[in-house]
Write a protein that binds this ligand. Sequence first.
Ligand SMILES: Nc1ncnc2c1ncn2[C@@H]1O[C@H](COP(=O)(O)OP(=O)(O)O)[C@@H](O)[C@H]1O
Ligand SMILES: [Mg+2]
Length: 291
Amino acid sequence: MNQETAMSKLRLRNVAKHFIAPRTGQLTTAVTDVNLDIETGEFVCIVGPSGCGKSTVLNLIAGLDTPTSGTIEANGAPIVAPGADRGVMFQDYALMPWMSVHDNIGFGLNYGTPGEGLTREQREKRIRHFVDLVRLNGSEKKYPHQLSGGMRQRVALARLLANGPDILLMDEPLGALDSQTRLILQVELLRIWGETAPREQRKTAIFITHDIEEAVFLGDRVVVMSTHPGRVKAIIPVDLPRPRSEHIRADPRFGQLSDEIWDLIRDEAYRAIDGTEAPAGPKATAVEKVE
Ligand SMILES: Nc1ncnc2c1ncn2[C@@H]1O[C@H](COP(=O)(O)OP(=O)(O)O)[C@@H](O)[C@H]1O
Ligand SMILES: [Mg+2]
């Protein structure tokens, strides 16, 4: 293992994924030329217009699918299948409707490899720890249909963490929530992720979102993707201090970064709606001071 490899938690090299439509036989290049190095404890957000291949990239890292060409490595070893080191969370909760909050959170521990070698007491203790962490105390016996969308995603997050993955893969996990719940859960997510802990103790996180401000709020870096074919257009470092609170949105730097990312995707976003060109306008630059 060379030194460069040792530094990257995840490494994608020249990754491409093609799909062949079953009926027409038509070839779609979902993504191409994806090169990305992600360090331990980094929180990386991926934004881009619909269909640019965000979910494809995440599924490849999860090992749910294999690249057509290129390589993906976690800790220097090629990813060939799903593994307990990588946990996935989606927009649609994916909870078992017939199981209580407690049992949903404990599902992987009680029925999967994450619970191997743990006694019943150890598993219970672990479930209680994550119930506390996502603030679901008192709701352990409830069923998913008795919960709000925000609470369901707290359950999904606790279940993901209870399985003890090294790498968190989140595909628009807050996408179905109303905007206020979403803002609250963004703050909660950073707290739960361990924003105040030293970087090497944090989980490595990849978070997909449509929402530029969400990406800037959460991320250490924002990967901006473009479509037809899906590729990485830019990688923007987010130089905002941590821990971050809601108020960081009022920081001029927050607005600058959001504008910069919007400028990168606005043309495609306009075209994606109805094929129209984006109106010409002043490009976002540094925030001007108005006397
Ligand atoms: N299983 C599949 N079969 C065929 N085409 C697919 C499949 N999954 C994704 N695609 C295509 O690949 C492209 C990228 O899709 P996706 O990764 O879902 O984009 P995003 O998550 O950014 O909206 C799209 O054109 C989509 O239609
Ligand atoms: Mg998607």
